[in-house]
Design a protein around this ligand. Structure first.
Ligand SMILES: Nc1ncnc2c1ncn2[C@@H]1O[C@H](COP(=O)(O)OP(=O)(O)O)[C@@H](O)[C@H]1O
Ligand SMILES: [Mg+2]
Length: 367
């Protein structure tokens, strides 16, 4: 296998059942994931995400195509080879999967025992990982004594204590509130980046897409290019806006995309920038929170995939009041994380010139 490819899927198909009851779930799925990459797998419920993850995770054996994990072919692999492969991966499930009869410390230790790591090395690693997930004070408690978020963190500690080269997480935030979900995903991200692990994270949660290096989208068992999905979403967004307020649809779409460009200009969207964007969109558009969320995420996706809004709409001409507000909002997003960076300023200038608003910049530029 070339380079440091951890997972290579080629034309993977999978069916459940036999004979007349046979139902094909996955169709010719291709994907390649390198060391150090965090890949988010999205797609509607029932699209085959969990099935794909269990094939990669050696929890079942693929029937057609090629599934190479850490260089080993898992197609038609025997149980023994599957078990060996499984030991090299860390799994994080939707619900924590801890053993109720063991303490948190014991749960984590069991993962190390299975990997053949004992003694002082095991003790050090358990201490370290429990510190990382902030559960050191709770290590002698049983799962039932912990909150949902704490249990999920314990599950992460157990999955990651062996420093697996591959981490598979199936909707790890599904049972958590927004805030805890975000925290848990960032924790997985940090730990994975430290160890250079390859991560596949299945999620429905749009708010965490930005931790991904790459997004894979599964629909009815087919991998779909993200640009297609985004473009479809864009049409939906424009329709929605038009229904809401035909006059300002064009403006809102451009406006929201411009805000996303600033938020992304220094490569990373911070929570503070997201919050500011949500506030501005909410105030301008008088949309429902869910609509604001949708438009915001879609604009972010447009920016991420560099699909842009070209060919979809022309930049609207802005009257004085809107022009002022537009420029102020761009700076508000840029300032949301504390200071306006040079990247942000470059992007603001680019947008201003595209909208013919250059003269509105100078008064707002920070010194
Ligand atoms: N063990 C199984 N036996 C038969 N059908 C299954 C089994 N597991 C999942 N399916 C079916 O396969 C399809 C994809 O399921 P799944 O991979 O769980 O999707 P997702 O994780 O994207 O929601 C669904 O139609 C589901 O009903
Ligand atoms: Mg699933």
């Amino acid at each position: 296998m070339a380079g440091d490819t951890r997972i290579a899927l080629e034309k993977v198909s999978y069916s459940y059942g036999k004979g007349a009851l046979k139902k094909q779930i996955l169709f010719d799925v291709d994907a390649q994931i390198e060391a150090g990459q965090i890949v988010i797998l999205t797609g509607p419920s029932g699209s085959g995400k969990t099935t794909l993850l269990t094939l990669i995770g050696a929890l079942r054996s693929a029937q057609v195509g090629s599934v190479k994990v850490l260089g080993e072919e898992l197609l038609n692999a025997k149980e023994r080879a599957l078990i060996k492969a499984r030991r090299k991966m860390g799994y994080i499930f939707q619900s924590h999967n801890l053993l109720d009869s063991l303490t948190i410390h014991q749960n984590v230790r069991m993962a190390l025992q299975l990997a053949g790591i004992r003694g002082s090395e095991a003790r050090d690693r358990i201490g370290e990982v429990l510190d990382r997930v902030d559960l050191r004070d709770h290590e002698h408690k049983y799962p039932r004594e912990l909150s949902g978020g704490q249990k999920q963190r314990a599950g992460i500690a157990r999955a990651l204590v062996t420093r697996p080269q591959i981490i598979l997480a199936d909707e790890p935030t599904a049972s958590l509130d927004k805030h805890t979900g975000r925290y848990v995903v960032e924790l997985i991200e940090d730990l994975a980046r430290e160890d250079g692990s390859a991560v596949i994270l299945v999620t429905h949660d749009n708010r965490i897409l930005d931790v991904a290096d790459r997004i894979l989208h599964l629909e009815d068992g087919h991998m779909r290019p993200l640009s297609e999905v985004v473009s479809e979403g864009t049409s939906r967004m424009l329709n929605l806006l038009e229904k809401h307020d035909p006059d300002s649809a064009n403006y809102l779409a451009s406006f929201s995309f411009a805000l996303a460009r600033i938020a992304y200009s220094d490569g990373l969207v911070r929570d503070s920038e997201r919050a500011e964007m949500r506030r501005i969109l909410h105030e301008v558009a008088r949309l429902e929170p869910a609509e604001v969320e949708f438009i915001m995420e879609l604009s972010m996706m447009l920016k991420r995939t560099e699909s842009g809004l070209d060919n979809r709409l022309d930049n609207p001409a802005l009257d004085e009041e809107r022009a002022e507000h537009f420029m102020e909002s761009l700076f508000a997003i840029a300032r949301a994380d504390g200071k306006v960076t040079s990247e942000e300023l470059v992007e603001i200038e680019a947008i201003a010139s595209e909208f013919g608003l250059a003269k509105h910049i100078s008064s707002k530029k920070p010194n």
